[in-house]
Design a protein around this ligand. Structure first.
Ligand SMILES: C[S@@+](CC[C@H](N)C(=O)[O-])C[C@H]1O[C@@H](n2cnc3c(N)ncnc32)[C@H](O)[C@@H]1O
Length: 310
C-alpha cells in the first residue's frame, strides 16, 4: 500500500518545544490552526484558497487523522500538517507568542455535563492561550450549533480584555461547509458564528518549555514489592494529578507501570519502567511512550522512585 498520504502527520513529541514551524514547512508562510478538523473539508478548502499560509490541524481521532490526510494528499497540498493532540494543549505548547494569524474550530463537542467542563474550549485557559499565540489583529472563529456554547465562549474571550467582537451571528446558511454543518442545517436548525480579533497581548505559562530535563532516577536500593501496592493510587502535584492504573511485572527485576496524568484537563497515558541494573535500579519514562515532558509526567517518575526507594 502506498502510504505517502501519511506524510502530513507530525509527532511533536520528537521535537523540542516550541516547534519551529518554518523549518517543518520549509517556508516562512503565516500560520493558521484548526482544532478538531474532523474529516478535513474545511482545513483543505482553506489551504487551497490561502496558499501563502501554512495550516496546522489538531485532532484527537485517529480515524479523522487518516481520512483528512487522504484528502490533503489527493489535492497535492504542501501547506498543511496534522497533529494527533488535544488542540488546546498544542496551541499553547507548540507555538510562540504572537505567531498564529488565524485559529478556527467548527462544531466542537460542547460537553454539556458540569463534570466535563474542563474538556470545553470555553475555559479561561484556552482564552489565555489565544491571547498569547495570536498575532495582534489575528482572529479566532468558532462555528457551533449550540447557542449557549457560543455565548459562553464570547463571554470568556471578552472577559480577558484581549479581544474585540467582530461578529456574533445566527446562521441558517452554510458558513464552513463541513459534514456536521450540512447535517445540522438539513434538519432545519441554526448555527452560530463567533468571530473575534486580538487587540491586546498577554502571555501564558507553557508546561513543556522548561529546561528541567526528564528524570532518569538511579537508586542504589529499592523495594520493588511496593510497586504492586501503587495500582489505583492518585498522586497530586500543584499542576495536576497522576494515577498508577496498573503495574505489570514483565520479567525478574523489570516492571512497567501504566500511568494516566491530568493537567488542566489535558490527559496523557504513558508507561514508566522500573528495571534492575548492575548496581541498583533505574526508574524512567518508558522510551516507547510518546508522552509530552510535562511537570506532572516528570513528577510521576520522581515520585515512583521516591516511593520504592524509601
Ligand atoms: C463534532 S466533530 C466536528 C468535526 C468538524 N469540525 C466538522 O465540522 O465536521 C468534533 C471533532 O473535534 C475533535 N476533537 C474533540 N476534542 C478535541 C480537542 N480537544 N482537540 C482536537 N480535536 C478535538 C473530535 O475528534 C471530532 O472530530
Amino acid at each position: 500500500m502506498n502510504c505517502d498520504f501519511l506524510s502530513y502527520f507530525i509527532k511533536p513529541q520528537q521535537y523540542s518545544m516550541p516547534l519551529n514551524w518554518h523549518e517543518i514547512f520549509q517556508t516562512k508562510g503565516k500560520l493558521a490552526v484548526e482544532i478538531g478538523f474532523g474529516s478535513g473539508e474545511f482545513l483543505v478548502s482553506l489551504a487551497k484558497q490561502q496558499k501563502d499560509y501554512n495550516f496546522i490541524g489538531f485532532e484527537t481521532s485517529i480515524t479523522s487523522l487518516v481520512r483528512a490526510q487522504k484528502k490533503i494528499h489527493s489535492e497535492s497540498l504542501r501547506n498543511i500538517r496534522v497533529v494527533l493532540a488535544d488542540g488546546r494543549f498544542g496551541l499553547r505548547e507548540f507555538f510562540t507568542d504572537n505567531s498564529v494569524d488565524q485559529v478556527y474550530t467548527n462544531f466542537p463537542c460542547p460537553w454539556p455535563k458540569k463534570s466535563h467542563r474542563d474538556k470545553r474550549f470555553t475555559n479561561q485557559g484556552f482564552a489565555e492561550t489565544l491571547s498569547a499565540v495570536l498575532t495582534l489583529g489575528g482572529t479566532f472563529q468558532l462555528v457551533t450549533d449550540v447557542q449557549w456554547y457560543a455565548e459562553e465562549m464570547r463571554d470568556v474571550l471578552l472577559s480577558t480584555g484581549s479581544f474585540e467582537l467582530l461578529q456574533f451571528n445566527e446562521n441558517s446558511e452554510i458558513v464552513v461547509g463541513t459534514r456536521y454543518e450540512r447535517k445540522w442545517l438539513s434538519e432545519g436548525r441554526k448555527t452560530y458564528t463567533l468571530f473575534v480579533n486580538k487587540v491586546a497581548h498577554k502571555t501564558v505559562e507553557r508546561f513543556t518549555w522548561e529546561d528541567d530535563p526528564m528524570p532518569h532516577v538511579h537508586l542504589n536500593r529499592a523495594d520493588a514489592d511496593k510497586l504492586v501496592t501503587l495500582a489505583g493510587v492518585v498522586f497530586k502535584h500543584n499542576k495536576g494529578v497522576f494515577v498508577v492504573k496498573r503495574v505489570y511485572k514483565c520479567d525478574e527485576g523489570e516492571y512497567l507501570l501504566r500511568m494516566v496524568s491530568n493537567e488542566d484537563g489535558f490527559q496523557q497515558r504513558y508507561f514508566i519502567s522500573v528495571e534492575r541494573e548492575k548496581d541498583g535500579w533505574l526508574v524512567k519514562l518508558d522510551p516507547d511512550a510518546l508522552a509530552y515532558r510535562t511537570p506532572v509526567v516528570k513528577f510521576s517518575v520522581r515520585k515512583i522512585a521516591e516511593v520504592i526507594g524509601s
